[in-house]
Write a protein that binds this ligand. Sequence first.
Ligand code: UD1
Ligand code: UDP
Length: 452
Amino acid sequence: MLFFTKYYISDIMKIATILGTRPEIIKMAPIIDEISKRGIDQIILHTGQHYDKEMSDNFFRDLEIPSPNYNIHVGSGTHGKQTGLMMKGIEEVLLEEKPDIVLVQGDTNAVLAGALVAAKLHIAVGHVEAGLRSFDMTMPEEVNRRVADVCSTMYFIPTEESAINLLAEGFSRKNMFITGNTVVDACFRHLEIAKKKGFQEKELSELDIGNMDNILTLTMHRAENVDDKKRVTNIIEALKELEYMNIIFPIHPRTKNTLQNFGLFDELNDLDHVHIIKPIGYLDFLQLTSLSTLILTDSGGLQEEAITLNVPALTLRYNTERPETVTAGGNILVGADKGAILGNVEKIMKDDEFAEKMRNAKNPYGLGDAAKLTVDAIEKYYNEGLLNIAAPEDIMTLFTRKMAQIDEDITVSEFEDKKNALVHMAFDGEKMVFPKDNLNMKGMMITYDARE
Ligand code: UD1
Ligand code: UDP
């Protein structure tokens, strides 16, 4: 009788999604939906970083996605403690569930913890919204997204500009997929549903937002703004002078806490033109955004949603990892500078041509099919065995890094086939361009990795 080892190869892929905060639930919802529609096995793991129902449960309800299979309830805490607890909890779940790939989204502590744990268990990591860079290492998010990229196998990248950031750091183009941002999928899918339903939150219907003019929607929660008394005071001084606006401010719990600790909350809440409300659900927020004349924010997601919904945005930061919104003309960085905030609000309100130009800025985040493109790529990788993490069989010295000036009509994939190479960077004059498979490289200087 013959005895042989039977290797069980599951032909049903299992995807684990790790999320922990409001924006991750919103931006992963279209992907979770797409995975379900295709009948792929999936588990959802919530770290519990956001736990108030206004910051978590309400989004599973509004976006109609299944409740998490696991919640490891890490709660609030310092970065080290929170991330450490997440890593412990995530490891236990991944050891039990053995997914083929772990998806993380964006730049929160869940992304750092999830990517690190999965990489060490030799489970492939797919980073959704990869490649963003603010180049500001004082931001916890910049640390998180950089580490996650180092640990990832697949990169789902919103724009060419973010893909170039990854190329510049040496990541392989092979594993990059420019998908657009899933926030566009979420916006397009839910705005009409939201409008049909009308405002769900009593506070919003009581404000009669539908009949209000000059709506300025404000959100802020970024540590560098709300934990800094000087900066938050400057912003509040500007808000006080914007009496001609109706400011709707769904306040993040972090911001409410710090404003109360600084003794600034009551002063702001007493202003007739400022309406502070609790954080609202996604359907309500989409309606509020689309009825707004402008957005004042330090949120990442909201910079993207504003340009998607043709609403001018002023961003309360001095840098952004979403520079495409600024170069497209839909977003202006005003920092925490009172003069810049007041000057730009006035310009948008009084200069119709200027405001119209901001509204017409082209959305750089794709067509709303990011979730489909993401799951297509994951299925392809799974079917080709590319999600298996193994030590390389070749030693790196078999590859030589080269440069070339291209003088003929040749696309990236033709060049790669001909030379058994992988094109890394391409320069059109001084400008770096992303070497898409079908890019004609004639006249460009390129760098590439070739097998000797
Ligand atoms: C986190 C993310 C940030 C993301 C934001 C989205 C990190 C490092 N930060 O910031 O990138 O933009 O979520 O909103 O991952 N709190 C509550 N109830 C909750 C959640 C938080 O009261 O449900 C309060 C607690 O006092 C907590 C504070 O808010 O200490 C900050 O919460 P935390 O999750 O640490 O960071 P965020 O500012 O929410
Ligand atoms: N949002 C919401 N209700 C609110 C405030 C924001 O649904 O009261 C949504 C908003 O539409 C966007 C996301 O939350 O999609 C942004 O989350 P947040 O600003 O907390 O995080 P960031 O994007 O900065 O990481």
